[in-house]
Design a protein around this ligand. Structure first.
Ligand code: AMP
Ligand code: MG
Length: 284
């Protein structure tokens, strides 16, 4: 991965994404991360917004290169509590990126057809092909998060899924996929404010789902489930980044940095032009 010092393309402030990464096999304590923090960033809000705009332009270029080269596949997994900012992140961070090469796959409560298969069946069907970026808005991690907290399957069933998930992601990586996983980490107070906003604002009412309140009641159980899922599945080849997400401007910057630095690390180039291209003439 290219580090902050060998980044030739824009003159931004340094942002060390390694500080957000969960190391494989390390003790990981979600509760030790303050959702209000701006880890890895010394600048202020305006500087962050300016840098995010620059990164957005670079992301646009990198995505075009990815598409043109048609070699790599990029999977970006986004998980968060309700109102954690998944939709807003996708809207802001991917703004201006050519929609032809980027797909968002949202995973809802499984349909009866989906439930009639193993839990990775619907997930595998959505992974990126050559030259594609796919963003998972929720993912197979729901099968060790909501499924665990709401007791939808027995403990021995969800427990063995960590192993499946590690193997599944290893398969994808071995076959040419780059995987980045991000948890947007908000505080319980921040969630209350955002859910209240959905009640108060007519233009946001549609986002309010009374079931989110049931999940909120189980906040601590969710934090335990997130902590275990991240600790069990953050690997060198498919790392988790935990992004403090109470401040949206920091969240947008951090995720833009994670995506841009990951894509820079792929070392891509445009495919070679046909040898005689310079002498070709477009007829009238
Ligand atoms: P939203 O993302 O707000 O549209 O909500 C989607 C809902 O689907 C959330 O409540 C998720 O927890 C739920 N969901 C997603 N995947 C699963 C799953 N595998 N099993 C049960 N519920 C799920
Ligand atoms: Mg919702």
């Amino acid at each position: 991965m290219s580090g902050p010092t060998d980044r030739p393309f824009y003159a931004g402030l340094m942002f060390d994404i390694a500080k957000l990464k969960v190391a494989e096999g390390a003790k990981f304590k979600l509760r030790s991360i303050d959702p209000q923090e701006t880890i890895g960033w010394d600048g202020d809000r305006e500087e962050a917004q300016a840098q995010t705009r620059e990164l957005n332009g670079r992301l646009e270029e990198l995505q075009e290169l990815l598409y043109a080269e048609g070699v790599h596949r990029v999977l970006f997994v986004l998980q968060a509590m309700d109102a954690g900012g998944k939709d807003g992140t996708i809207r802001h961070v991917l703004e201006g990126v050519n929609p032809a090469g980027v797909k968002v796959a949202s995973f809802k409560k499984p349909s009866s057809a989906e439930l009639a298969h193993d839990y990775l069946w619907r997930v595998h069907a959505q992974v990126p092909g050559n030259g594609e970026v796919v963003v998972f808005n929720r993912s197979h991690y729901e099968d060790v998060l909501v499924v665990r907290v709401m007791d939808l399957v027995a403990k021995d069933v969800w427990k063995r899924r960590y192993h499946h998930i590690r193997c599944f992601e290893r398969l994808l990586v071995d076959e040419g996929t780059t995987i980045v996983k991000v948890m947007l980490h908000i505080s319980k107070d921040e969630q209350r404010e955002r859910l209240q906003d959905r009640l108060d604002r007519p233009d946001k009412n549609w986002k309010f789902d009374p079931r989110d309140l049931l999940a909120r009641e189980k906040w601590d159980a969710y934090m335990d489930a997130f902590e275990d899922a991240i600790a069990e599945t953050s690997t060198a080849h498919a790392p988790w980044y935990v992004v403090p997400a109470n401040r949206k401007w920091y969240r947008n910057l951090a995720i833009s940095e994670i995506l841009v630095q990951t894509l820079e690390g792929l070392d891509m180039s445009y495919p070679p032009a046909p040898p005689d291209i310079r002498s070709m003439v477009i007829p009238d």
